[in-house]
Design a protein around this ligand. Structure first.
Ligand code: GCU
Length: 342
């Protein structure tokens, strides 16, 4: 009898304890989402060793410092929360607060972003960064607001190049008949088609096994991504044709952004700017390191004559030069001078 009474009391105490904990966790959780202390959930597709990944960690450290420990970012790398399309949906629904997206994946929400999917638009990385650091860059970051997306900053993602399992790509004809993985981007599909290959959209997280199983014959990307996701284990041919330069973007749920006070917004922009500058240096360093390491691992690099590629894609460019929105943007980009800023 006494035993049963005591065990009931114990159960009651335990239940009350659990309820108190749950209430406290709820209050604390709300406080983290709305009050003085903020914890943001940031997701992305890249491996933790990738320069963009490392720069996001750097940004989190910077934010924690400049906000006096009141703002924190929890990072979910390597597509653990899904591919870029799924992550963007979660961002728009407020399930995650921030994400890194490729500029290519953003073209669905910001049609002007298609300009980066056009081939051979930028003369060099200085031209590219002068455009992104200037008025055009800010305009593009602001354009996602009607889709609940606030653009924070850009990250370097170098130039994109073809790599394949069994064949070196030295001229556009070498791409004929090959299945090439592309990002979820219409512009990427059109470009690969124009070059004579057949484009297959696959999420970055699933690409290694698609290459391994021969679902695609190759893909296109920058060298640090090829290296950090170990695509060299399957693809031994990498060709520096440099067909596009597409930046990565750090974006945030617009409501989460608007609910921050001015000081908090300022801290985020400051931390992001530091991270973007840091990433550009890291990019160059890690690209060189990846080149050396891949050579040792047996990757054969080729440096094709870009003129043949430029000739082959000319009709695609001409088509968009005539379109009102992209045509005007292309003209402004081309008129932007290169400034050396590193
Ligand atoms: C690059 C880019 C990533 C993108 C990836 C892809 O690595 O930086 O943002 O996810 O390409 O091809 O999907």
């Amino acid at each position: 009898m006494l035993k049963r009474f005591l065990s009931r009391i114990a159960l009651a105490l335990l239940t009350t304890g659990v309820i108190i904990c749950l209430i406290y966790a709820g209050v604390a959780g709300n406080r983290l989402r709305t009050g003085k202390y903020r914890v943001f959930k940031l997701a992305h597709s890249l491996d933790p060793s990738h320069p963009v990944s490392k720069s996001l960690v750097y940004m989190a450290e910077q934010l924690q410092n400049i906000s006096g420990g009141t703002m924190k970012i929890d990072i979910y790398p390597g597509c653990v929360l899904g591919g870029e399309a799924e992550m963007t949906e979660q961002l728009q629904n407020g399930i995650i607060d921030m994400m890194k997206s490729s500029g290519a994946a953003m073209e669905v929400f910001i049609p002007e972003m298609k300009v980066f999917g056009l081939p051979y638009v930028f003369r060099n990385r200085y031209h590219f960064w002068t455009v992104l650091d200037g008025a055009i860059g800010r305009e593009l970051l602001d354009k996602g607001q009607t889709k609940h997306i606030y653009g924070i900053c850009f990250f370097d993602a170098g130039s994109r190049n073809f790599y394949t399992r069994d064949r070196a790509i030295n001229k556009p004809e070498d791409l004929e008949g090959l299945k090439i993985r592309v990002q979820g981007s219409r512009m990427a599909m059109r470009l690969v088609e124009t070059l004579g290959a057949s484009p297959t959209p696959i999420s970055f997280g699933e690409l290694y096994s698609a290459l391994q199983q021969g679902i695609v014959d190759g893909a296109e990307n920058n060298l640090p991504s090829f290296f950090s996701n170990k695509h060299y284990e399957v693809c031994k041919y990498f060709s520096f044709d440099g067909h596009t330069m597409i930046p990565d973007m750090l974006i945030m749920n617009l409501n989460v952004w608007r609910n921050l006070n001015q000081q908090q917004q300022q801290w985020i922009l400051e931390a992001a700017e530091r991270a973007s500058k840091y990433e550009r240096l890291l990019w160059r360093k890690q690209t060189q390191e990846a080149l050396k390491a891949c050579r040792k691992l047996g990757v054969k690099f080729s440096y094709p004559d870009k003129k043949a590629f430029i000739r082959k894609v000319a009709p695609l460019l001409q088509r968009y030069e005539k379109s009102s929105v992209l045509g005007e943007l292309l003209r402004r980009i081309r008129e932007t001078p290169d400034k050396v800023r590193e």
